[in-house]
Design a protein around this ligand. Structure first.
Ligand code: UD1
Length: 511
C-alpha cells in the first residue's frame, strides 16, 4: 500500500533505511514503497486527484486505470498531478473568447509601421565610432561578470527530420561539430577573452532534457566548467480536444502534451531557481538565443553595449528579410509600442506593403536574439505583467473510447504556447538593433532548401573564408574551411593568429 507522509521533497529516487523509495509523483503523493513492491500491488487513485478530475470534468483521463499495471498507473498519476487544471479551464475559456476577440494580429498589422527605436547597420564613420563605443561598453559589462547567456533548446527538430535534440545536429562543414559544440565553444572563448566564466543557462523540455544533459556529460561540457552550465526544463501543457475542453489521452497511460513554448522560459527560470543563481552571481543582463543558429554572436559585445547605453529592458537583433514571404517574425511599431508579428499571423498582402520611400514596411526580421534586463524578467514574473497564450490547431494522435489508437487526418486538438517576444510591448523601453545577415543569421530549420544544413554549412565556410582572406590567406575554390571559436571569435582575432600568405587547398579546420 502506498502512502504519503507529506513533508519530504525528493529531488530524485532515493531509498531510505526502511526500504521506502521517494518518487516525484506530484505534490500529494511523494513517498511510496520501494518500486518493486509497487509493481506487485495496484496504486490507488488519491482522493484529492479524483476530486480534481471530477471538478474539472476530466475523469476520462483515468478511464483505463484498471487495465494499467502499477508502473503505468504511477506514471499517469504523476502526469495528472502536474496538470494545472484551473489554467486549462482558463485556456478553454480563452479559446472560445478568442473566436470573438477585439483585434487579431492580422488586423493589427494594418496599423503597423517599421520599428522606430532602431539602430541600423553603420553607414558613416560616426556610426562606426558609435558601434566601437558600444562594443567597449559591452566588453566592460562582460568583464564585470554582469552577463549570462540563455539558450532555448526545448523544441524538437521535427521540420529538420532529426529525432535527437536539435543541438546534437552535426553542422561543422569540416569537422561535423554539433550546434551545441559551436555555441559552447563561443561561450568558452568569450569567457576566456573577458577573464570571467560566463554562465550558460540551457532550457530543455520533457523530450530534450535527458539526452541533452547526457550529451553534455559525454562531451565534458565542451570545455566549459560544470558549475557554469545550468540546465532547466520547461513545462509541458496538455492538448485539448477542439470540440470540448477534454484533455486528450495519447495512450491509456499518458496524456498528450507539448512544451509550453519558449515563453514558458519565464516560469521555468523561476521554478528551477535560476533567477536566484543569477542574483547570487551578480548577473544583470541575459543574452538569449536559439539552438538552431550557430552563427549568432553569443554575448555579442556590440548588442550588449547598445542595450546598456539605451537603458533598454529588452533588446532584439534583426536582419533584413530576403523576401516578404520569408518565414521570419517581423519587428514593428504599433501605436508607439515595439512588437513582433509572427510570420504565420501576417497576411501576405500586408507583408508586401511599402513605405513612402519604396522600401518594405515589414523588413526587420526577428533573429530571436534578445538581451533582457534581469529585473524585467522579474517584473514579468511578479504578476504585474504576463504573456498571452497562442492557440495552435493541430493533429494530435489520441485513443478512442475503447482505447484504440486514432491518427487524425484533420486537426482535432488545440495546443497552447507562450512566445517570449510577446514581452516586447511590456518593456518600458525596447530597442531594435540591425545585424549583418550573412554573418549572424544562418539557422538550421528545414531538411532541404532555405535554412537547411546545406545553407548553414555554406555560411560557416563563407565566414571562415572571409576572415582568412582578409588576414591575407587564400582559400581555393570549393574548399570547405572551418574556424573553431576557440581559435578565433572574430575576424580581428584570426588576423592576429593567422600567418600571412597561407593557402588552403584542402578541407581545413583552424582549431
Ligand atoms: C522563430 C520565431 C520567428 C523568428 C525565427 C528566427 C517563434 C514563434 N518564432 O521561428 O519569429 O523569425 O525563429 O529563426 O519563436 N523552443 C523551445 N521551446 C518551445 C518552443 C521552441 O525551447 O516550446 C525553441 C526551439 O528549440 C528553437 C526556438 O525556440 O531554438 C525556435 O523555435 P521554432 O519553433 O523553431 O521557431 P521558428 O518557427 O523557427
Amino acid at each position: 500500500m502506498c502512502y504519503n507522509p507529506g513533508e519530504i521533497e525528493p529531488r530524485a529516487v532515493q531509498v531510505d533505511t526502511l526500504g521506502m523509495e521517494a518518487c516525484t509523483v506530484g505534490p500529494n503523493w511523494k513517498y511510496v514503497p520501494a518500486f518493486r513492491d509497487c509493481l506487485e500491488s495496484s496504486v490507488p487513485i488519491p482522493t484529492s486527484t479524483l476530486d480534481a478530475l471530477k471538478k474539472y470534468g476530466q475523469t476520462h483521463l483515468v478511464q483505463f486505470w484498471e487495465e494499467l499495471n502499477p508502473k503505468q498507473q504511477a506514471q499517469l498519476l504523476e502526469q495528472i498531478e502536474q496538470v494545472d487544471f484551473p489554467l486549462m479551464e482558463r485556456l478553454a475559456k480563452l479559446r472560445s473568447e478568442q473566436k470573438t476577440a477585439a483585434e487579431s494580429p492580422a488586423e493589427m498589422s494594418v496599423r503597423a509601421q517599421s520599428p522606430e527605436q532602431l539602430i541600423r547597420l553603420p553607414k558613416t564613420q560616426r556610426d562606426r565610432d558609435q558601434q566601437f563605443i558600444a562594443a567597449e561598453a559591452g566588453e566592460e559589462l562582460l568583464r564585470a561578470g554582469k552577463v549570462g547567456a540563455i539558450l532555448v533548446a526545448g523544441g524538437q527538430g521535427s521540420r529538420l527530420g532529426f529525432n535527437d535534440p536539435k543541438g546534437m545536429f552535426p553542422i561543422g562543414p569540416v569537422t561535423n561539430r554539433t550546434l551545441f559544440q559551436i555555441l559552447c565553444e563561443q561561450v568558452l572563448a568569450r569567457s576566456k577573452r573577458v577573464g570571467i566564466p560566463i554562465c550558460y543557462f540551457i532550457m530543455t523540455s520533457e523530450a530534450t532534457h535527458k539526452p541533452t544533459v547526457a550529451f553534455f556529460e559525454e562531451h565534458r561540457y565542451f570545455g566549459l566548467s560544470e558549475d557554469q552550465v545550468f540546465f532547466f526544463q520547461q513545462a509541458s501543457l496538455p492538448a485539448m480536444e477542439d470540440s470540448s475542453s477534454r484533455l486528450l489521452l495519447e495512450r491509456k497511460d499518458r496524456i498528450a502534451t507539448s512544451p509550453d513554448g519558449h515563453g514558458g522560459m519565464l516560469r521555468a527560470l523561476q521554478r528551477h531557481g535560476m533567477l536566484d543563481v543569477m542574483r547570487d552571481r551578480g548577473i544583470e543582463h541575459l543574452y538569449y538565443h536559439q539552438v538552431d543558429n550557430p552563427t549568432a554572436i553569443v554575448c555579442d559585445p556590440v548588442l550588449l553595449g547598445h542595450h546598456l547605453q539605451s537603458g533598454s529592458e529588452l533588446t532584439t537583433k534583426v536582419v533584413a528579410k530576403v523576401s516578404p514571404e520569408e518565414k521570419m517574425g517581423v519587428l514593428v511599431t504599433v501605436d508607439g509600442q515595439t512588437q513582433i508579428i509572427e510570420y504565420s499571423d501576417l497576411p501576405i498582402e500586408q507583408s508586401k506593403r511599402l513605405q513612402a520611400d519604396g522600401t518594405m514596411v515589414f523588413w526587420a526580421g526577428n533573429t530571436a536574439i534578445h538581451v533582457f534586463q534581469r529585473t524585467f524578467i522579474e517584473r514579468l514574473l511578479g504578476g504585474e505583467l504576463s504573456l498571452p497564450f497562442h492557440i495552435a490547431h493541430k493533429k494530435v494522435p489520441t485513443i478512442d473510447a475503447k482505447g484504440e489508437p486514432v491518427n487524425p487526418t484533420q486537426p482535432n486538438a488545440n495546443k497552447f504556447e507562450q512566445f517570449i517576444f510577446d514581452a516586447l510591448p511590456q518593456a518600458k523601453l525596447a530597442l531594435v538593433v540591425e545585424g549583418k545577415r550573412e554573418r549572424e543569421f544562418n539557422p538550421v530549420k528545414n531538411a532541404e532548401g532555405s535554412d537547411s544544413p546545406a545553407t548553414c554549412r555554406a555560411a560557416l565556410t563563407a565566414i571562415a573564408r572571409d576572415w582568412i582572406e582578409s588576414a591575407g590567406g587564400t582559400v581555393e575554390k570549393n574548399v570547405p574551411v572551418e574556424v573553431s571559436p576557440l581559435f578565433a571569435l572574430d575576424r580581428e582575432e584570426l588576423h592576429v593568429k593567422l600567418e600571412p600568405g597561407q593557402v588552403f587547398k584542402k578541407p581545413t579546420v583552424l582549431a
